[in-house]
Design a protein around this ligand. Structure first.
Ligand code: COA
Length: 153
């Protein structure tokens, strides 16, 4: 892989939104997170490769609320690098714990987050039914519940 650089997003243009909406189909929710948090982009040779958004939810608690890698660049380790970067950013923010949530149907994401050290914390039952108008299906499974994961820093 060519050299990857991670930096704070300078402008929220269409290509950035395209990525953010891969992780979360609701533009309204994406906008709320962008307003509350810090957005970082991964770039390879000037090309946007990935993005994550981190927010502070409670004292000493950070959460990765959005993470996405450009489809043509997935499965090359960029997601893992973004999570490792978010963990370092959370430490610098003074957080003692970092959290992330994903759908019950998001098998690869659950695997990725646990490979990065996150542990299961709980289930927010029917989160996706309550907050999203359209039904979401992945891997032949309806996405209903949010699986919450955490990592002590
Ligand atoms: N199939 C199988 N395993 C996968 C996978 C896939 N499609 N995608 C990720 N993984 C797992 C693998 O276990 C891999 O581990 P390994 O390196 O030991 O093989 C690990 O995750 C790391 O994968 P990586 O290449 O770093 O992830 P990525 O760059 O593909 O990014 C996502 C992962 C989730 C960010 C990316 O798939 C994505 O943007 N998805 C769409 C948006 C999304 O769902 N965001 C998360 C919302 S909760």
């Amino acid at each position: 892989m060519q050299q990857l650089t991670i930096q704070k997003a300078k402008n929220y243009d269409e290509s950035l939104y395209k990525l953010l909406l891969l992780a979360d189909p609701s533009k309204e929710i994406v906008d709320e997170y962008l307003a509350r948090g810090e957005c970082y982009t991964a770039n390879i040779a000037g090309e946007l490769a990935g993005v994550y958004v981190i927010i502070t939810t409670r004292p000493q608690t950070a959460e990765i609320v959005n993470i996405a890698v450009k489809p043509t660049m997935q499965k090359q380790g960029i997601g893992k690098l973004l999570i490792r970067d978010a963990i370092e950013k959370a430490k610098h923010m003074g957080a003692r714990v970092i959290e992330i949530g994903t759908g019950n149907s998001s098998m690869h994401q659950l695997s990725l987050y646990q490979k990065c050290g996150f542990r299961l914390q709980g289930i927010d039952r029917d989160f996706f039914i309550r907050h999203y108008e359209e039904e979401i299906f992945e891997n032949g499974i309806q996405c209903r519940d949010m699986v919450r994961l955490y990592l002590d820093l």
